[in-house]
Design a protein around this ligand. Structure first.
Ligand code: NOJ
Length: 572
């Protein structure tokens, strides 16, 4: 067992623009984060991951950086950042920065120079190509709709952007780019930050020659996916970054790497690799995405057997070899209780059940702001209320293709990133206590019911349940390091597993739906002396775990002695 502080930590993600506004401009800021450090400390988390706060024209809420070593005007100043770091550290909280190494803003001075002429020394900092007979250099499609190529009139060439046209991709084949990035990462480390989430890191290398994508098994939007994702040279660049810079600091790192399974992930996070501590995988996020052209927007119901298969794969393959980053939600995903729970009748029960899962898997749990109070998706009636560049581009593209608006809005209500980006609901007062100005995006109208102030007062709230789960993780090593084993793999409603560490065994029972299934555990797993660590319903008197009717979205975690039998779960 290879113990590390970041394995034992719980991470809380802040999307700064929507966290807390202190100057009345309707956008969250650094002073807002500082003023809630006590709240986070009290919740019990250890690390705060802050989405990009660097100077940015904000086409993609900070993921388009125009100066890596300065702070976005809307968020505050570098002095305020230094204060945030000091105050966090004084409370024993760590700060993880979100770094975008794949691309910059088109307003970054490097790009301004790069596009100024073909022979500018910075030209080769980005990926420029000539068109083919008036067409873009290849057929790759951007994540945010349309071609990845943007034609630049002035110099008569196209530049590549995997995301929006305001986010040109850097050319990592250029040693000067590599050196500049290393220098910048080190600059932040010297300031004392405690880690990085590396945005879109899987994409920093593109296939040699930038050939057309023609993978017929892929959706049109990602037909060329394997030509710009997880290529071998990404590992060379990451191990180089590790050896030259990261290795010298006791930090944590997590990479955003879509499109890989656990075996492939080991090449990033394997104990012997010296690249990253963990990666965010996307397999469970794709369980409700359809297979027709529009990928994530194409809604299909997810099913529990597939979820078990995906999660069990990551749990077993990475055990003792790497480490998982577990999450249900982030600023790019819909709200977890709306997506995987029931945000109406069983909002509280299902949010607690999902939280139980998040905290009792092997891996570091990542809580996304508002998840700890069960915040839900929104469904704005008009596209005018949406702000996300991906959503807006999708809307335009679909309408252009003749898709009825009603159908497009249905998809947006389910999958838009703005679901997770509405302001944090602090109180039941005006604008949920987020701002005294006009919020940059509408507050979810359910804030009188769902807000931090009321959640703190209610001992049965989702908030207090999170607090308890986080505290349990610190009390019981088995929750952090225990080996996962899936039970009842073919059960379509119940997700049951154990986590074992020497003589300690955790038994986790989760009813993932609103029915009342009966749990029939094998006799050897029905322990004599069992200790209930947490549950989301009151439990009265003696019960028989060999024959137990569960309530909707019920979750229970027992601690027991490791059963003497080496029980074997069926395969899925
Ligand atoms: C992934 C980030 O999480 C997302 O918000 C952003 O739009 C893209 N990378 C581009 O940086």
């Amino acid at each position: 067992m290879n113990k590390k502080w970041w394995k034992e930590a719980v991470v809380y993600q802040i999307y700064p623009i929507s966290f807390l506004d202190t100057n009345g401009d309707g956008k969250g800021d650094l002073l807002g984060i500082i003023s809630r450090l006590d709240y986070l400390k009290d919740l019990g988390v250890d690390v705060i991951w802050i989405c990009p706060i660097y100077k940015s024209p904000n086409h993609d809420n900070g993921y388009d950086i125009s100066d890596y070593c300065d702070i976005m005007d809307e968020f505050g100043t570098m002095e305020e950042f230094d204060r945030l770091l000091r105050e966090a550290h004084a409370r024993g909280l760590k700060i993880m920065m979100d770094l975008v190494l794949n691309h910059t803003s088109d307003e970054h001075p490097w790009f301004i120079e790069s596009r100024s002429s073909r022979d500018n020394p910075k030209r080769d900092f980005y990926i420029w190509r000539k068109g083919k007979d008036g067409h873009p250099p290849n057929n790759w499609e951007s994540y945010f709709s349309g071609s990845v190529w943007e034609y630049d009139e002035k110099t008569g060439e196209y530049y590549l952007h995997l995301y929006s046209k305001h986010q040109p991709d850097l050319n990592w084949e250029n040693q000067k780019v590599i050196d500049s990035m290393h220098e910048m990462v080190e600059w932040w480390l010297k300031k004392g930050v405690d880690g990085f989430r590396f945005d879109a890191i899987a994409h920093i290398v593109k296939a040699v020659g930038l050939p057309d994508g023609d993978n017929p098994d892929q959706l049109p939007t990602v037909r060329a996916y394997e030509l710009f994702s997880n290529l071998e040279n990404v590992h060379t660049l990451l191990s180089n970054l590790y050896e030259r810079v990261l290795f010298h600091y006791d930090i944590m790192t997590v990479g955003e790497t879509s499109g890989l399974g656990p075996e492939q992930a080991l090449s990033y996070v394997g104990d012997t690799r010296n690249e990253l501590n963990m990666v965010f995988q996307f397999e469970h996020m794709q369980l409700d995405a359809g297979s027709s052209g529009s990928g994530k927007w194409d809604i299909r119901p997810w099913n529990l057997l597939e979820l078990k298969k995906v999660i069990s794969g990551w749990q077993t393959v990475l055990h003792d070899k790497g480490w998982n980053a577990n999450y249900w939600c982030n600023h790019d995903q819909p709200r977890s209780v709306s997506r995987f729970g029931d945000d109406q009748k069983y909002r509280v029960e299902s949010a607690k059940m999902l939280a139980t899962f998040l905290h009792t898997l092997e891996g570091t749990p990542y809580i996304y702001q508002g998840e700890e109070i069960g915040m839900t998706n929104i469904a704005f009636a008009s596209i005018d209320d949406y702000r996300d560049v991906e959503t807006l581009n999708y809307y335009e593209e679909q309408l252009d293709q003749g898709v009825p608006e009603e159908q497009v809005m249905q998809a947006i209500w389910k999958k838009s990133r703005d679901n997770a980006r509405t302001p944090m609901q602090w109180t039941n007062g005006e604008h949920a206590g987020f701002t005294r100005g006009t919020p940059w995006i509408e507050v979810n109208s359910n804030y009188p019911l769902i807000n931090v102030e009321d959640a703190i007062k209610d001992p049965n709230s989702i908030y207090h349940y999170y607090k308890k789960l986080i505290a349990l993780r610190k009390q019981h090593e088995v929750i952090v390091y225990g080996e996962y084993k899936l039970l009842l793999p073919l059960d379509k409603e119940l997700y049951v597993y154990t986590r074992t560490l020497e003589d300690q065994c955790l038994l986790v029972i989760l009813n993932f739906f609103g029915g009342e299934p009966v749990l029939k555990l094998p006799a050897e797993l029905v322990p004599e002396a069992k200790q209930l660590l947490i549950s989301n319903y009151p439990i009265k008197g003696e019960e028989d775990l060999g024959n137990l009717k569960l309530r909707p979205y019920e979750a229970r975690v027992y601690l027991m002695k490791t059963p003497p039998l080496d029980f074997v779960a069926q395969t899925w």
